[in-house]
Design a protein around this ligand. Structure first.
Ligand SMILES: [Zn+2]
Length: 299
């Protein structure tokens, strides 16, 4: 009897201690990491996609809908990144607090200077970047825009803690500024290095750190490498003496391996999101990892 009472009291305590915690659901782990840094002790954050999953293609599961139905804040990368799965999950959750246009809906892409915005929207060719390149979190300075949007969302639904969120936001900005100097210094000897990428998801990273991506293994974003594309890439690698072909954890390496074998270029799997590899615990680790891996290959 005594034991039952203790368990019951512990349960009530746990429920109570969880009260007031804002439940945040993000589409990706990068948004989760930034939301945790801004929300601190006031939030509990979960991400639908893992860091080693292709964010364009996530299989919707009933458990995601349940999670969304209890969320206070929803954060999406936006654009065309999660179009195939996230809007459907959101509708199915029937949670009016987090629907598009509601207080608890955050589109993290708001205010991002988008790259590669097409002049006309055409999904017919299989292109999955119809609103511009959606992989913008791979520029650390865009991390600041994301953080600002997340702070705005938290302050909308929890205005009494505005000072707390603003302070965390300033800490985040300062940390980005410090790390940015370190990352730029590491990358500066490799300015202008030419590389090949599997999917067109590195343009923000490329621009920020002065790389030159000559071509992609995919002939169009979302379209698997074709034999003619492989021939084209092999010629480009040879003509430009390209050393590295970068890919992501969720793509098969077989086509890149063909190019590598033909040309002597090396393959490198980079991380596109937090959690892509065990050592990448947060948004800062992501760039530490990618930059260290890349410069080791370019040396
Ligand atoms: Zn993409």
């Amino acid at each position: 009897m005594k034991r039952i009472l203790i368990i019951a009291l512990a349960f009530i305590f746990l429920q109570h201690s969880n009260a007031g915690i804002i439940k945040v659901v993000t589409t990706t782990t990068d948004m989760k990491s930034i939301a945790e840094m801004i929300g601190g002790s006031k939030v509990s954050v979960t991400s639908i996609a893992t860091g080693y999953q292709n964010p364009h293609f996530v299989d919707p599961k009933p458990s995601y809908i349940i999670r969304l139905s209890g969320a206070d804040l929803f954060i999406t990368t936006g654009l065309d990144l999660e179009t195939g799965w996230s809007p459907q999950l959101l509708t199915s959750s029937r949670n009016s607090k987090i629907q598009k246009g509601s207080q608890g809906y955050v589109d993290a892409s708001e205010g991002i200077s988008l790259l590669q915005v097409p002049s006309s929207v055409n999904r017919a060719a299989g292109d999955i970047h119809i609103f511009g390149n959606p992989h913008y979190w791979l520029d650390p300075l865009n991390g600041k825009v994301i953080a600002r949007n997340i702070a705005n969302g938290l302050e909308r639904i929890d205005p009494s803690n505005k000072t707390f969120y603003e302070a965390n936001l300033q800490t985040f900005f300062a940390r980005i500024n410090t790390k940015m100097k370190e990352w730029q210094a590491k990358m500066s000897p490799f300015k202008g290095s030419k590389i090949i990428a599997y999917h067109n998801e590195w343009v923000y990273f490329e621009k920020r750190f002065g790389l030159e991506i000559v071509d992609f293994m995919e002939p169009k974003p979302g379209i698997p490498p074709s034999p003619s594309q492989l021939v084209k890439v092999i010629r480009e690698v040879q003509a430009n003496k390209i050393q590295v072909i970068i890919s992501s954890p969720y793509f098969t390496t077989s086509s890149s391996a063909v190019v590598a074998k033909q040309t002597g270029a090396k393959q490198l799997t980079m991380a596109t999101s937090v959690g892509a590899f065990n050592s990448i615990k947060n948004y800062f680790d992501l760039f530490d990892y990618d930059i260290d891996q890349l410069i080791a290959m370019l040396k």
